[in-house]
Design a protein around this ligand. Structure first.
Ligand code: FES
Length: 567
């Protein structure tokens, strides 16, 4: 009996040397969970559960899983929930990115090793959706992505606010001495007040939108708030869909294609999405042998307007986007730029998905293509002598007055160096300087943190300076804003040009020319390169060693070298 001929619990039997015995034993043990023989004969839908006491964003996933199960059972399937690694963004050291690949491996292996005909992936917080899509792509199991959904915004002393663009705004006010300690303490209790992912277009919301744009989620589901009854209905519908997928398998490789990846890039640009999504989409596509060249990002960015007025680029929150028509409204505006023949997880094409007009769209939130919020895409890639393999800038959340600049480098060698000196009264820094942080890339001990949004030095913040050019091999939260150049590749920890910058060097940024150049002559750079030493503190054991030995640079999605490409 080959695995191809089997389904449900008979799939992928445990090796005991006797297949019939293996199946008999499996059924016997499954019956110990109280299932009837009729239930155990049904197609099996695995539900990848990522609820965790260390993940506030996934607080509502147990209830969502019950809705999925309802849909599975109603459609004639057997729903079996299983846990995987969960990544709560703010609860992981050094960063959640470091563990994204671990979660992707866990998800892939558990999807492939356990007997299931299809799966529903319950994720949400920043790195969980990319990890699940990476794992599903590699496992080849038909799967539906269902995100936790965003938090509801709250209010504080008459002002609407939500995690986490407002977290940073209030913190900047506190640093600048414009907010008292008791006020920032009060803000702390008001920023994140419901289950769900960050309430703005951060990485979590961006990745949920990308999952929908790729066709891996049901239409209209990306922006439904976590606590909205519609999300439970989306759970039920996702469960039903998974049973249909068990009968007529559509594998992730049929949905995540060169065309759908390009559609996802268009949506990323149109929503003013997170810079992190460039890394994650590259990693997801890379699992199926698809490239996402940064140069192509620029081509698409020039011809894709920002359509969504949402923080950190604009004013609204994710709950407003759902009420406004959701990602479907954005995609309908973009339809002329999308590959409408891309297949989705329901079997219909994207064009079929978008054929019916939405009854109403709030044009304050989702602007028409002809009257966009910004005329061109939110993200651009920069190349030059400081970033030979590229860097990324979220221009939609940056100050255009800083886009064509030459500046003096103020260099921080590490996160620790940054923390020690950024607020020092004697720091030699002026508003027109470029702040440079290095040794914060994927192979650094810092684990590519979301630290690229360097704080404005306290003495300048007190003078009212709100933005400066900041350059690093780190990442930035999707909720942040500012003229922040990220993901410089190759990173300093592998000897990239960023490692060679000295305080006082001149750096030139030109967003118009897509350039980032270190204005130091080649002979001097060669001298510095010859003297450069790699960091000495490489991890020696466990998963952190695996990460260090195999992680790829940002332009390759920070996946492991041995996980890219089709299985
Ligand atoms: Fe989970 Fe922001 S902390 S999405």
């Amino acid at each position: 009996m080959s695995d191809r001929d089997t389904h449900g619990l008979a799939r992928g039997l445990t090796h005991y040397g006797d297949a019939d015995f293996s199946l008999y034993l499996r059924r016997s043990f499954a019956r110990s969970m109280g299932y009837s023989a009729e239930m155990l004969a049904r197609p099996v839908v695995g539900i990848a559960q990522t609820a965790s006491g260390f993940n506030n964003c996934h607080r509502a996933l147990p209830e969502l899983a019950e809705a999925v199960k309802r849909g599975v059972v109603a459609a004639g399937g057997l729903a079996l929930e299983f846990p995987t690694v969960s990544l709560g963004e703010v609860f992981l050291h050094p960063t959640s990115l470091v563990y994204r690949n671990l979660m992707a491996m866990d998800t892939e292996e558990m999807l492939a090793a356990q007997p299931m005909d299809a799966a529903v992936l319950l994720g949400g917080c920043d790195k969980t959706v990319p990890a699940q899509l990476m794992g599903a792509a590699s496992a080849g199991v038909p799967a539906v992505m269902l995100a936790a959904g965003p938090m509801m915004p709250a209010s504080f002393r008459g002002e609407r606010l939500g995690a986490c663009t407002d977290c940073r705004r209030f913190w900047a006010q506190f640093r600048a001495g414009r907010l008292a300690r008791e006020d920032i303490d009060a803000v702390e209790g008001s920023l994140a007040t419901t289950a769900g992912t960050c309430a703005v277009m951060g990485t979590a919301s961006t990745m949920a939108a990308i999952a929908e744009a790729l066709g891996m989620s049901l239409p209209g589901t990306a922006a439904i708030p976590a606590v909205h009854a519609d999300r439970l209905r989306a759970g039920e519908a996702s469960g039903r869909l998974a049973v249909a997928l068990a009968a007529r398998p559509i594998r992730p490789s049929e949905v995540i294609t060169a065309k759908s990846v390009e559609n996802a890039l268009r949506v990323l640009l149109a929503i003013g999405g997170s810079t992190n999504a460039v890394i994650h989409l590259t990693a997801i596509a890379g699992r199926l042998g698809l490239e996402v060249p940064l140069a192509r990002l620029n081509e698409l960015s020039d011809s894709t307007p920002v359509l969504v007025d949402l923080k950190p680029t604009g004013q609204h929150y994710m709950a407003d986007l759902h009420a406004a028509g959701g990602i479907g409204a954005v995609m309908r505006e973009l339809a002329g730029l999308l590959h409408l023949d891309a297949r989705t997880v329901t079997g219909e094409t994207l064009g079929e998905r978008l054929a019916a007009p939405l009854p109403w769209v709030d044009r304050d939130v989702v602007r028409p293509f002809e009257d966009p919020y910004q005329p061109c895409g939110g993200l651009v890639a920069l190349f030059g002598s400081l970033a030979p393999r590229g860097a990324v800038l979220k221009r939609s959340a940056a100050d255009p007055a800083l886009f064509e600049r030459e500046g003096r480098a103020v260099v921080f060698d590490s996160l620790e160096d940054l923390a020690a000196r950024i607020d020092a009264p004697d720091l030699d820094v002026r508003p027109d300087d470029f702040l440079v942080l290095r040794n914060a890339g994927p192979k650094s001990p810092a684990g590519m943190p979301e630290a690229g949004y360097l704080p404005i030095p306290a003495k300048l913040a007190r003078e009212g300076v709100k933005d400066m050019v900041r350059i690093s091999d780190a990442r930035m939260s999707g909720t942040a804003f500012g003229t922040v150049v990220l993901h410089v590749a190759p990173e300093a920890a592998v000897g990239g040009p960023l490692a060679l910058v000295r305080p006082g060097d001149r750096i030139r940024l030109s967003v118009r020319e897509r350039r980032l150049d270190l204005l130091v002559d080649e002979q001097e750079l060669a001298r510095r390169r010859a003297a450069w030493q790699p960091p000495a503190d490489a991890p020696r054991r466990g998963y952190r060693k695996l990460w260090f030995d195999h992680v790829l640079q940002a332009d390759e999605g920070c996946d492991f070298d041995f996980l890219r490409g089709r299985a």
